[in-house]
Design a protein around this ligand. Sequence first.
Ligand SMILES: *[C@@H]1O[C@H](CO)[C@@H](O)[C@H](O)[C@H]1NC(C)=O
Ligand SMILES: *[C@@H]1O[C@H](CO)[C@@H](O)[C@H](O)[C@H]1NC(C)=O
Ligand SMILES: *[C@@H]1O[C@H](CO)[C@@H](O)[C@H](O)[C@H]1NC(C)=O
Length: 532
Amino acid sequence: MEKNNNNILNELQLQTIPRFSLPSNSLLLLPLVIPIFTFIFTSTATTVSAFDYADALTKSLLYFESQRSGRLPYNQRVTWRDNSGLTDGLEQGVDLVGGYYDAGDHVKFGLPMAFTVTMLSWSVIEFRDQIAEAGELEHALEAIKWGTDYFIKAHTSPNVLWAEVGDGDTDHYCWQRPEDMTTSRHAYKIDENNPGSDLAGETAAAMAAASIVFKKTNPHYSHLLLHHAQQLFEFGDKYRGRYDASVGVVKSYYASVSGYMDELLWGAMWLYKATDSDNYLDYVINKSHCFGGIGWAITEFSWDVKYAGLQLMASKLLAEDKHKKHTHILEQYRSKAEYYLCSCLNMNNGSNIDRTPGGLLYIRQWNNMQYVSTAAFLLTVYSDFMVSSNQQLNCHGGTVDHEEILSFAKSQLDYILGSNPMNMSYLVGYGSKYPTRVHHRGASIVSYRENKGFIGCTQGYDNWYSRPEPNPNVLVGALVGGPDCQDNFMDQRDNYMQTEACTYNTAPLVGVFAKMLQLQDQNPSQSLVASY
Ligand SMILES: *[C@@H]1O[C@H](CO)[C@@H](O)[C@H](O)[C@H]1NC(C)=O
Ligand SMILES: *[C@@H]1O[C@H](CO)[C@@H](O)[C@H](O)[C@H]1NC(C)=O
Ligand SMILES: *[C@@H]1O[C@H](CO)[C@@H](O)[C@H](O)[C@H]1NC(C)=O
């Protein structure tokens, strides 16, 4: 992604207060703007037409093929792409070919890539049957494996993990197709002397979650992933530090502003899910307080800040008898999870997530959609949990049932797909109107398969970036940054805050599309919204 100095937690750092000693309300960073009663479910009321979630699901998985780095397989479906990055790691004597380009550029950033794979895996873990029924399970597994194959390569010994290939500054100097890349492919690593507990923790989470996904269909691979995940977690826990202190080039792009404690708890939680071993659960319980697991109430769930996802997973443990002895701590996790969910629903006392007039959750102007897609995911997962555990959600503004939560998640999804004041689908390639000038090097330049004539570093800016015409290649399934706080969107290539897409925007949608598809299939004549 473009250089980002607009991260939420930059705001956090400005606070001079001790991090974990305050009541949760004081830690909420987003000021209340909309009175509680203004919009609760109004945006859903205008959503009448049913969307084609099966089509959206199919397209969302295609996007990951567009972002592939390395040697493309025979069954590659996105045919405007070709092989690229074939010497990644060579300079350092390590094979780092493969993995995903992060966004509209060609850096392989480890932290957001790992979060992408965690969210793809979580999508499959929760909604496997629905994805399979839609005929998309193979594609979902391929999307995960493209990432985990790379993580296996990048984890060259127990305490060494390659963190990044390429760097934002030199990459952004050029506008080229990945197939023509002439920029630096220098690789950066973390190790015992250059720790990165956040990166190690998130990569452990991704590999542990993926090991659950592959457990039945590919047990050998699943076991391998788990082995890497356990080593990575141990490495991250033993050698503590933020990865951006060790890999300086990542600072202006993916600085780990929330620190590494969230990723260590999150990694331990996923390892507990993957192994059922009490050691990992004890870690989540014992460190709940000092690592902020039960102290932070945050209304953002993202590649940087994992607390809300962790808290939601911990809440679900309460439903099982075997966790009874941890009820006291798990309840505290749950209260923070509920705080997140209620703030999405605009039902907290004071501290709610802002919304656009059109009803979209709004956190900040730069790539806001990433927070919408993670919120829709957590709400959907929690709604399913409420059904299976026969619970309700108690917010300050009242008690909410699972249908209301799902209905709100659907309103966000439908906004993404076109039910919005611009009548624009922010999922590229979906519907009749979608962004055509996505800030993406490969998509904005003639396909390498059509024209192999070399396009140089600045030539791309002159001849392709500055063209007013739509991109020659449609980046199908990409979720762009989306509209501003007034629902306005400008479809311009240089408007990267709104028109750039990132892999972690789309990943959570895979699960949410599958869930909405299932609802539609169960109830074809009446959309969920119509029942309100
Ligand atoms: C957690 O605390 C319990 C009880 O104090 C202790 O037995 C256990 O070893 C601790 N586990 C970890 C992973 O710190
Ligand atoms: C809600 O917030 C107001 C203002 O901060 C506070 O005075 C009031 O006690 C809160 N109510 C509850 C039930 O927490
Ligand atoms: C969106 O569609 C509605 C209903 O068809 C129409 O009234 C409105 O003008 C459209 N808005 C834009 C920005 O195209």
